[in-house]
Design a protein around this ligand. Structure first.
Ligand SMILES: CC(C)(COP(=O)(O)OP(=O)(O)OC[C@H]1O[C@@H](n2cnc3c(N)ncnc32)[C@H](O)[C@@H]1OP(=O)(O)O)[C@@H](O)C(=O)NCCC(=O)NCCS
Length: 172
């Protein structure tokens, strides 16, 4: 059993989230990551969504209301980012439930929801999940950071090399 809710704004929450993520996800966020997110949420820049079991952290994602990716920012498309579910709780619908809530929030402001994924195997689950949910490539091709990848050039396959997708909300 799990619930999805938006994070509150207190700093204790940030410390608890940071500790939970670092203890359970298999890698660590930089110090102050969740405190910074709560600060951004207080300024209206992002919404931080949590998946919880009782008080235990199971996963999270954020909705970035003004995306750093030009293909979304120019079109006013909010972007869901940083979707993470604790490894031992995967394949139980938690990632889907976080995306359901993100899309519900986005639908209030936009007909389109944006999302991106990396191209190597660590992102395989996300690639399948997003396509299954009706996200389509946005037609702008691969990007490295904010810049379009240029045919014939060489790029490093890392987290900056990404494909961005959009979903027409309410249609799929
Ligand atoms: C991507 C992620 C958030 C999915 O979370 P989850 O809670 O396991 O997702 P769900 O249980 O809602 O999965 C829904 C569907 O996605 C697909 N899917 C999820 N994980 C999959 C996997 N490992 N292999 C193949 N398909 C997968 C399936 O179609 C699945 O439906 P099914 O279980 O009925 O077959 C999780 O795997 C994760 O945290 N990955 C590491 C971080 C990451 O890559 N985040 C995305 C950044 S772009």
């Amino acid at each position: 059993m799990f619930t999805i809710r938006q994070a509150g704004k207190d700093e204790d929450g940030a410390a608890w989230l940071q500790a939970s993520f670092n203890a359970h996800m298999g890698w660590s966020k930089p110090p102050g990551y969740f405190a910074a997110l709560l600060g951004r949420q207080a300024r209206g820049e992002v919404s931080l969504l949590l998946a919880l079991n009782e008080s235990a952290y199971l996963g999270h994602c954020i909705v970035v209301w003004r995306s750093a990716y030009p293909g979304f920012r120019e079109r006013g498309i909010p972007e869901t980012k940083d979707l993470n579910v604790r490894p031992e709780f995967r394949r139980r619908g938690i990632g889907s439930a976080l995306l359901d809530e993100a899309e519900r929030l986005i639908a209030v402001r936009s007909d389109l929801a944006g999302i991106g994924f990396g191209l190597y195997a660590d992102y395989g689950a996300a690639q399948r999940l997003y396509i299954k949910r009706g996200y389509m490539p946005d037609g702008r091709g691969l990007h490295y950071g904010a810049n379009p990848a240029v045919a014939g050039e060489t790029y490093r396959v890392d987290d900056d090399l990404a494909l961005y997708l959009v979903k027409q909300l309410g249609k799929i």
